[in-house]
Design a protein. Structure first.
Length: 397
């Protein structure tokens, strides 16, 4: 039986597992709740009007613990706009405005069974939040109000000291556009995807090798496979002057029914220094392109890479060379960040533009956080100039 047939059947047991009677019996069961109110403003030179979106996202869940090893978790998520819809949510038809991908939606965000044999062995089955490493290839896109989750089987084991194996089978991805989106192929993709990751603690860091056999059955021509390696290291926590560094290389090729042009390489290197509470970093990220196809990471948390203005969610066919510098520092209950990007084509070296961003987070009370965030993209021929501003308040139980 294909996973797409047995997964809904398994999830159909959720009403039984989470009935009031069952909940009362759980030895360490617990409810979860979180809410985020956000204002987003987008001033895009490609549009006459600027977008302004005020949205509220609420999540409520319950974890029922059967035993020390077994538990079940279900979570509902609802996103709604407040006030006028002066933005294009991709589902509201307001195409005269710039896009803010936070459409109104209500859905089952997670519904999963967890088995934990020990700290080194676990298995999760069902709809779940899923992320690998730094989210560059697979992530939950937690920045958007409606996060990305997967109908999947995820298993991890550590058979030896410092060595970890992880495998995931991805049957479907619920994307950030919401369960009720008017275009079902936008809302979710049916997958037949295998993800394998092996990591080993080596020296001051961790060496990882991975394979992604990405078969998108909704958009078969986009299917591809990735084979890559990453090494990330950092100094001891008590070092007077700290440091961190990482290097990664990946080869992408066609897979399943993927188009033959799906061929590109990826390379990234980053270094940083921690000094007197400050963290300074610099790096280069290269997503290859040959004029027909650019290196793609369709399941990634893309907002975390190549600038907060989100101009490069899809890699251009001539690729992308992103050179950046950044600074971070904590000030008591505050956390500040500055970042600057310079963008060029990987093939031909044409200038795309530059971008700078600033963020200030404030943990102003227990379980409460506020965020100010701003990004300015200055185009040099790729897309239009854009300014984006976010103000948000978040509560987590």
């Amino acid at each position: 039986m294909h996973a797409r047939q047995w997964l809904p059947l398994a999830l159909s047991f959720a009403p039984i597992l989470f009935s009031p009677t069952a909940m009362a019996e759980g030895p360490a069961s617990a409810a979860t709740f979180e809410a985020r109110l956000r204002f987003e403003q987008v001033d895009d030179d490609g549009f006459v009007d600027q977008a302004e979106a005020t949205t509220l996202r609420v999540r409520a869940g319950y974890k029922y613990v059967f035993s020390p090893s077994w538990s079940a978790y279900a979570e509902l998520e609802a996103t709604a706009h407040l006030g006028d819809e002066d933005f294009n949510s991709t589902d509201n038809g307001r195409t005269a405005y710039p896009t803010v991908v936070d459409p109104d939606s209500t859905e089952i965000n997670q519904a999963r069974i967890d088995y934990t044999h020990s700290a080194s062995t676990r298995v999760t089955f069902g709809r779940q939040r899923l992320a690998y490493g730094n989210h560059r290839f697979i992530g939950n896109v937690g920045w958007r109000q409606n996060e990305q989750t997967f109908d999947a089987l995820d298993a991890q084991i550590s058979p030896a000291q410092g060595f970890t194996l992880r495998y995931s089978y991805l049957d479907r991805v619920q994307r950030i556009f919401g369960e009720g989106h008017q275009n079902p192929n936008q809302a979710r993709w049916n997958l037949d995807t295998h993800v394998i990751d092996a990591s080993y603690k080596l020296g001051p860091g961790t060496l990882s090798g991975y394979a992604h056999l990405y078969d998108n059955q909704t958009l078969p021509l986009t299917s591809h496979k990735n084979f890559g390696v990453r090494y990330a290291a950092q100094s001891a926590a008590d070092a007077t002057v700290g440091w961190q560094a990482s290097v990664e290389a990946t080869r992408q090729r066609p897979y399943a029914e993927g188009a033959d042009i799906n061929r590109a390489d990826y390379f990234a290197v980053e270094g940083g220094v921690k000094l007197v509470g400050n963290t300074f970093s610099a790096g280069i990220e290269q997503l290859g392109g040959d004029g027909r196809y650019g290196f793609q990471t369709p399941l990634a948390t893309l907002h975390a890479f190549n600038g907060w203005a989100d101009r490069f969610l899809t890699t251009p066919v001539n690729g992308l060379d992103d050179r950046y510098i950044g600074w971070k520092r904590g000030f008591g209950d505050f956390n500040a960040q500055l970042v600057y990007h310079d963008y060029q084509a990987d093939r031909g070296g044409a200038d795309y533009g530059s971008e700078w961003g600033a963020a200030l987070g404030w943990a102003f009370a227990p379980k409460w956080n506020a965020l100010f965030k701003y990004s300015n993209y200055d185009s040099d021929g790729f897309g239009a100039d854009v300014d984006k501003l976010w103000l948000s308040v978040e509560f987590k139980l």
